[in-house]
Design a protein around this ligand. Structure first.
Ligand SMILES: [Zn+2]
Length: 307
């Protein structure tokens, strides 16, 4: 038997890794997918959508899935006095990522108590209140008395209530308090606001620092972890998740892996959409971060709890 040349080992390794990852995630996506959903993505700052959620946005806006997507951004990211610029950059980025009609589907709030700050937690009551207002506006049309709305835009209601919310998890990718506040406020909104349809809340999985910069390789690691969880669940008998609030048949986890074009589009959303944010270290992020090419989200089955 001829010996395998060492120089061939690396390509063979990557071929096996790619095959395993793609086949796992394709299988997962075929059975766990958001379809016919009215979705709101909650972000804290303009550029969160491109830096963290690009694979999700590109996938769920696929026409074949028949979803609608709205993005609610809870600050203008005005830490450097660039709030107005960044707001317009968000619209450009969202459009590049495939969000239709961004003037009416992307809403940016600019509240004095919701300013950009890594160590500043936002009031869950305030964020939940703005969330409630935003969802009402998307459903029923613009309320001109509210100054938080995009002043230049008309928002026409479509009469369809949001049934799915996507946002950060309890670590917010980087421990950023603004990110974490969105998850707490979304849970709070779901728990306390009356007269709304049931809502599925999905949160973007945070990973340890060493996995953040593994790019597509981390999709492989995530696939292995998911397989292992499935295996253990199988050994212990079927696991039935108790969902305290949910709209019914919501998948427990979602995985979105971008191809080369999707990865490049996510980079473009940053380099051409968020030009003001492309300082040196962000080039490292858009080149290496797993979030530029892969997202895994979990259904929040617990809901709001006092910590
Ligand atoms: Zn952010």
């Amino acid at each position: 038997m001829p010996a395998i040349r060492p120089s061939l080992l690396l390509p063979i390794f990557f071929a096996i890794l790619s095959y395993y990852t793609i086949s796992h995630i394709s299988t997962h996506t075929a059975t766990s997918q958001l379809r016919n959903r009215n979705i709101a993505l909650l972000i804290a700052h303009p550029d969160d959508e491109a830096m963290f959620f690009a694979p999700t946005i590109q996938s769920i806006t696929s026409p074949s899935l028949n979803n609608t997507l709205r993005i609610i951004c809870f600050s203008t990211g005005d830490a450097d006095g660039l709030g107005s610029t960044r707001k317009h950059e968000l619209l450009r980025s969202a459009s590049l990522l495939g969000v239709p009609s961004v003037n009416s589907t992307v809403l940016v709030h600019d509240h004095p108590d919701l300013q950009d700050g890594m160590y500043h937690s936002w009031s869950k009551d305030l964020v939940a209140s703005l969330l409630s207002y935003s969802l009402h506006q998307f459903e029923n049309g613009r309320n001109d008395e509210n100054e938080d709305a995009n002043p230049q835009d008309e928002v026409e209601g479509d009469g369809i209530p949001v049934d799915t919310i996507i946002t950060f998890d309890s670590y917010g990718v980087s421990g950023h308090r603004n990110h974490i506040s969105l998850r707490t406020a979304a849970q709070w909104y779901i728990k306390v606001y009356p007269n709304k349809p049931s809502i599925s809340l999905y949160t973007l999985t945070s990973v340890p620092l060493y996995r953040k910069y593994l790019g597509v390789i981390d999709a492989f690691i995530s696939a292995v972890i998911a397989d292992k969880a499935t295996l253990y669940a199988g050994l212990d008998g079927p696991v039935v998740q108790e969902v305290k609030y949910d709209s019914g048949k919501a998948p427990e986890s979602l995985m979105y892996l971008s191809g080369w074009e999707g990865y490049r589009l996510a980079q473009k959303a940053m380099t051409e959409g968020h030009k003001s944010q492309m300082i040196w270290f962000r080039w490292g992020w858009i080149a290496l971060s797993r979030y530029m090419v892969f997202n895994d989200l979990k259904l929040d089955t617990i809901g709001y709890q006092e910590y």
